[in-house]
Design a protein around this ligand. Sequence first.
Ligand SMILES: *Cc1c(COP(=O)(O)O)cnc(C)c1O
Length: 236
Amino acid sequence: MRRDELTANLAAVRTRIERACDAAGRDPAEVTLIVVTKYFPVSDVLLLHDLGVRDFGENRDQEAGPKFGEARSELRRRGGDDLTLHFIGQLQSNKAGHVAAYADVVQSVDRSKLVGALSRGADHAGRPLAVLLQVSLDGDTARGGVLPEHALELADEVVAHDALTLKGVMAVAPLGAAPDESFRRLRDVADGIRSQHVDADWISAGMSGDLEAAVLNGATHLRVGTAILGSRPSLL
Ligand SMILES: *Cc1c(COP(=O)(O)O)cnc(C)c1O
């Protein structure tokens, strides 16, 4: 049964997080597990919610909007929508207004144009929006992310918008690089931003394959898909 599978996978991931925290001398309560449900149906979102998950990640507007619209209305029917939706994918500015209407956090902010568009969208929707700066750790900005040397400038732009709250930074470890070294660099960028914006203390790093390295390097948020939901279908 799907519920048993998700229960077992979730427990295994939580154990990995606890062990990594032990090794790093950190309290597991400092680390938020975001379950990435992209490509998986709303029934999985509801099962995971039932199993105690409250933070979810999605990376495509056309999938996330309808799926979480449905999840939230079902949860309201059951007594309360208490989930936090993190948008973690590359985002075109013409879609930003739409995403600002249903996401709670946008983790993939990497350019000025997007900051302005999200701010207008959040204003229009009349709901606050939390923002993380996605940092490019290999200089290949085609895959998304602001260069480390431009991150502080972008952080200053975000805080100039009342509708947005700067929460910190996010990164994906570059393919082929040692995750430990990548996440150490992300922590340096995070420290630089936090020295100017003290409340921006989130570090979103680490996925199914490298969450231990992320925890060791100060991650406060992990984005885990495959290890909990299984392999994603390759179509879509
Ligand atoms: C899909 C995705 C994840 C989850 O990756 P897994 O390897 O399945 O755990 C994390 N972060 C981002 C940005 C993603 O797009």
